[in-house]
Each structure stands twice: as C-alpha cells, then as structure tokens.
Design a protein around this ligand. Structure first.
Ligand SMILES: Cc1cc2nc3c(=O)[nH]c(=O)nc-3n(C[C@H](O)[C@H](O)[C@H](O)COP(=O)(O)O)c2cc1C
Length: 200
C-alpha cells in the first residue's frame, strides 16, 4: 500500500527566515518563485481546515503563493454529514454533473508554472468543487502536484480524475495523500521529494 510506504526519511528544515536579508543572495536565489522551475502557487479547497493547514505548510516550505478555492455557498456541518444520504455532499457525490459555484480567483493562475493542488477526499475522490476548478482553468505548460488529506482512504484515482477533467493539459504528478493532521516532517519529506523545497 502506498500509504504504508510512507516516507521513511525525515528532514529537518533549517530555520530559514522569510524575507531573509537582501544580503543573503543565496537564500533569495533559492526562492521557488525565482528558481529555474519558475513561480509556484498552492491552490486548495478545505471545508474543515485540515487541507488548509497542509497547504499553508507546503506554501511556506516551497516559497509558493497561496490561493483558497472558496465555494459561493459555504459547506455547513449538515452539508458535510456523510451519514445523511440527503446531505449536500451526498447529493453532489451522486450527480456527476454537479459543479458547485466557486468565488473568483484571488490570484491569476496564468502567472504560475507550478500548481500544488490540495483538497480533502470525499467519498474516495476529490470534491465536485475541484472538478469545477480544474475544468475552468488551463494548465497547459504547468506542472500540477495534487495532494489531499483523508481520514483513512488513499488518494485513489483522485489526481487522475482531476487530470482528465482538466483535459489532460499540463504535466500532472501522482497525487500525494496526507492524514487529516500531518506532521511537519510528513509534509517536508514530500516537499523535499518533489524538488520544490526552498534551498537552505
Ligand atoms: C462528505 C465527506 C466525505 C468524506 N469521505 C472520506 C473518504 O471517502 N475517505 C476518507 O478517508 N475520509 C473521508 N472524509 C474525511 C476527510 O477526507 C478528511 O477529514 C479531510 O482531512 C477533510 O479535509 P478538510 O478539513 O480540508 O475539509 C470525508 C469527509 C466528508 C466531509
């Protein structure tokens, strides 16, 4: 199982201060935003905060910008009740055509070369909010690194599904699954593997 194969190595990140002194040209050159890999952004949807916390950590460790995908209609606790077959999320799960409306972007995706794309797993896949987002955006020329938080499921086919919905535009990496409350070292291990960690 991929989950069981969780990363063995753990990496301690040096306490690289953000906004490091201008004199520290080395650190500036290490910024993801200015690296040869170009500009990066962490885009995420989070209904109850778990994916948000992971997204913020990834943005910190990679020097990426951050953008939340915000549904026009916030998900209430009742909406998120998976025990209720009539709840909003249950209804959305059962209708492949549903695309919950999302608020306008606060950043221009066209400005970025790399997109970390975060979401919770709902019913074994990415929420329909994500389906809407990837259908609306053009990932041509971008590298997309999907990641998710889940209670216990694997990432499943969630990344591939989003890739297909995007029209297979861009270069999509395998989705990374995190638990609901990943440790800093869970996240830094993966970030180091991606090659997008800020240089120390
Ligand atoms: C409607 C719904 C369906 C869910 N389905 C699954 C699932 O299939 N497998 C799983 O492991 N966790 C499932 N979860 C748990 C979430 O994936 C998990 O709590 C996640 O970290 C929530 O992220 P968030 O706080 O960013 O919204 C589900 C949660 C909700 C609300």
């Amino acid at each position: 199982m991929k989950r069981a194969a969780a990363f063995l190595a753990s990496f301690l990140l040096a306490a690289l201060p953000f906004g490091a002194s201008a004199a520290d040209a080395q650190a500036d050159a290490g910024s993801a935003a200015e690296s040869a890999k170009g500009k990066s952004i962490v885009v995420y949807f989070s209904a109850s905060g778990n994916t948000k916390a992971a997204a913020e950590k990834i943005a910190e460790l990679t020097g990426s910008d951050l953008m939340e995908i915000v549904p026009e209609e916030k998900y209430t606790e009742a909406d998120l009740n998976w025990h209720d077959g009539e709840s909003r999320t249950s209804v959305e799960k059962d209708d492949a055509s549903i695309r919950p409306a999302i608020k306008p972007d606060t950043k221009n995706l066209a400005d970025y070369d790399t997109v970390f794309l975060g979401y919770p797993i709902w019913w074994g896949t990415a929420p329909k909010v994500l389906w809407n987002f990837v259908e609306k955006h053009d990932f041509t020329g971008k590298t997309v690194l999907p990641f998710c938080t889940t209670h216990s499921s694997s990432e499943g086919e969630s990344g591939r599904t989003l890739q297909k919905l995007s029209g297979n535009k861009g270069t999509w990496k395998d989705a990374k699954r995190f638990p609901e409350h990943p440790s800093d070292s869970d996240i830094s291990s993966w970030v180091n593997e991606t090659g997008f960690a800020l240089k120390k």
